[in-house]
Design a protein around this ligand. Structure first.
Ligand code: SF4
Length: 174
């Protein structure tokens, strides 16, 4: 996997001050994509264990609330193994931090196995606190929405959703 950038102090992509990782590679090609340069899977820098360790160092700062994964598409099949490696290490070394991910796939698409081996996808989802799902649709663009660009996208409480089998939305009053 390659990544475009790491933002060590991001306040736009989830609650609090967060570390954000923008991975490279995305086949959704949404019109008016905010980050079209990252559609290319080879854009940016190689993602290595040294990259993970740099992210962990940022995450350990006491005022950092968590990690956000976006792109690009973290759930492209080529990207999932490296993203899974990252979130496993975050859970081990920074267990008090939350993990959010943004995907142009819906949760239903992810769970159906359309995006690579479903065991890897399920393992990845099991480590996340929140998934913001679905493509950005310019016809449904709404600047008043928190943490998402269009009204089709959902902010999903993943632990509650996976436990109950029904989509539970994140409590936006948090
Ligand atoms: S899923 Fe995100 S990165 Fe991919 S094309 Fe759509 S807006 Fe751009």
């Amino acid at each position: 996997m390659h990544y475009a950038t790491i933002k060590p102090y991001d306040i736009a992509n989830g609650p609090g001050v967060r570390v954000s990782l923008f991975v490279s590679g995305c086949r959704h090609h949404c019109p008016d994509c905010f980050n079209a340069e990252a559609w290319d899977f080879d854009f940016g820098e190689p993602f290595t264990q040294e990259t993970i360790e740099a992210i962990l160092q940022h995450l350990k700062l006491p005022y950092i609330q968590g990690l956000t994964l976006l792109g690009g598409e973290p759930f492209e099949p080529e990207n999932q193994p490296a993203v899974l490696d990252l979130v496993r290490q975050v859970r081990e070394y920074c267990p008090d931090k939350t993990i959010w991910a943004f995907s142009g796939f819906t949760l239903e698409q992810l769970l159906s196995g359309q995006t690579g081996p479903v065991a890897i996808t399920q393992a990845l989802l099991s480590h996340l606190d929140v998934l913001v799902d679905g493509p950005f649709l310019s016809a449904l663009k709404d600047l008043s929405l928190r943490f998402r660009g269009s009204s089709n996208q959902r902010i999903i409480d993943l632990p509650a959703t996976l436990q109950t089998g029904n989509v539970v939305l994140w409590d936006e009053t948090q």
